[in-house]
Write a protein that binds this ligand. Structure first.
Ligand code: ZN
Length: 65
């Protein structure tokens, strides 16, 4: 006698993964701090130090927690 084995199949839970929201402050995870030199004078400094976005910590996505 062979007992029909039931394959306990778990119902596939289709849980859509939450899409990571892009960081509102940056697009690439890095922000180019272009501070103006001279107040009135709009003078863009030649060197732009790219810093990590503090909002997403360089991930480019809104931190989910
Ligand atoms: Zn960011």
């Amino acid at each position: 006698m062979t007992a029909p084995k039931r394959t306990a199949r778990r119902p596939a839970t289709s849980k859509p993964k939450p899409k990571p929201k892009p960081c509102p402050d940056c697009a690439t995870g890095q922000v180019s701090e272009s501070f103006q030199v001279g107040g009135r004078c709009k003078r863009e400094s030649s060197d732009r130090p790219e810093a990590l976005c503090l909002t997403c910590f360089g991930t480019g996505q809104t931190p989910t927690e």
